[in-house]
Design a protein. Structure first.
Length: 348
């Protein structure tokens, strides 16, 4: 083995400790590779050695992000690494935040680092300017494809101290721009791109511009006392047994369920199926996620006209933007058709 020392960070699931029930597992360490670290070690080959693995529960990390990040960083430093690899986190938001935060902290201490996650993981928007993030796809099914990419970047960071442009190296663009020498002038390169565009050939701009959807805000509500208000949630509260077989993550659809004259959602009749958090508290009182009880109070007090007779539910974790837009449009169309004036969306 070479002298390149790699430390790998994983959450409690990939560390083999357990699922959501072990989400509060504290920072622990193991010698050598664990779980997906075995695939990482294979991708690194004889060029490097995973000297240690740092593990922490997603809840433990997210509930005290700054403190746990310091704790995990000290564990990383204890192995004397040349480079830190975190994840891949795929579409898991809390795991992605932990990977991003730890890599950012490690970089601040002079430890080279790289992570991987889905491009629509919420952590990308937080850390892409400060952390090298390899796009991984939404699920662990992409583990075999992404590990060689992570390994290549990790080794290059150690050997050369930096990486080239995102499009050339295969990481998510950071938004930073650097000057480079080229044997052709900007005018010559521009004309070459125009020619390719006119011929219908593929070309890559040197300064990509990021596009954003523009969603005009709805006008303010003047008087709730005359309006019908609906409840919509991405928190995965469904009737016991999940009759519509909604997915626990990576949603592609939604469902709606009648409230009739229910004063509240009774535990035992409803359950949480969300794959991104421990549903214990939601199962104990589903109104924590879908606040039917509070809305009924507001009805009686005359604050709002009435609560719509159905609530709408999907699961937000890992859902890509295209599916999320389609789900949102479907719910909005149903609400508009029913004459609903406003909706409250609860998350987790």
């Amino acid at each position: 083995m070479s002298e390149v020392r790699v430390v790998h960070y994983v959450n409690q699931f990939f560390g083999g400790i357990g699922g959501e029930e072990k989400g509060n597992h504290p920072v622990t360490t193991r010698q050598g590779p664990v779980g997906p670290g075995l695939a990482l070690q294979k991708a690194l080959g004889d060029d490097a050695m995973i000297v240690g693995t740092v593990i922490a529960g997603d809840n433990y990390f997210s509930e005290n992000l700054e403190g746990t990040c310091r704790e995990a960083l000290e564990a990383v430093k204890g192995f004397g690494p040349d480079v830190l690899v975190a994840g891949p986190a795929f579409g898991a938001g809390r795991y992605g935040v932990a990977c991003g935060a730890l890599c950012e902290a490690a970089t601040g201490e002079g430890i080279r680092s790289v992570t991987a996650m889905a491009e629509d993981n919420p952590a990308v928007g937080i850390y892409q300017k400060t952390v090298f993030i390899v796009p991984s796809g939404d699920s662990a099914a992409g583990m075999g494809k992404v590990m060689p990419k992570i390994a290549r970047l990790a080794l290059k960071l150690v050997r050369e101290g930096s990486l080239g442009p995102a499009l050339a190296e295969g990481y998510i663009p950071t938004g930073h721009r650097y000057n480079e020498y080229d044997d052709k002038t900007a005018a010559e390169r521009l004309v070459a791109m125009i020619h390719k565009k006119l011929r219908g050939e593929a070309f890559t701009t040197e300064i990509p511009l990021r596009g954003f959807d523009v969603v005009p805000p709805a006008p303010p509500l003047e008087d709730l006392r005359s309006l019908t208000v609906a409840l919509v949630t991405g928190g995965g509260i469904v009737p016991k047994g999940n009759p519509d077989r909604l997915k626990q993550a990576f949603s592609t659809t939604y469902a709606s369920y009648r409230l009739d004259c229910q004063e509240r959602l009774e535990p035992g009749y409803y359950e949480g199926i969300h794959g991104g958090f421990d549903c214990l508290w939601a199962n104990e009182d589903p109104n924590r996620v879908v606040p039917v009880d509070v809305m009924r109070d507001l009805e009686r007090e005359g604050v709002l006209g009435r609560l719509f007779e159905r609530f709408f539910v999907t699961v937000g974790i890992g859902t890509n933007v295209a599916n999320a837009k389609r789900i949102g449009e479907g719910i909005a169309q149903e609400l508009n058709s029913a004459g609903v004036s406003a909706a409250i969306f609860t998350s987790t």
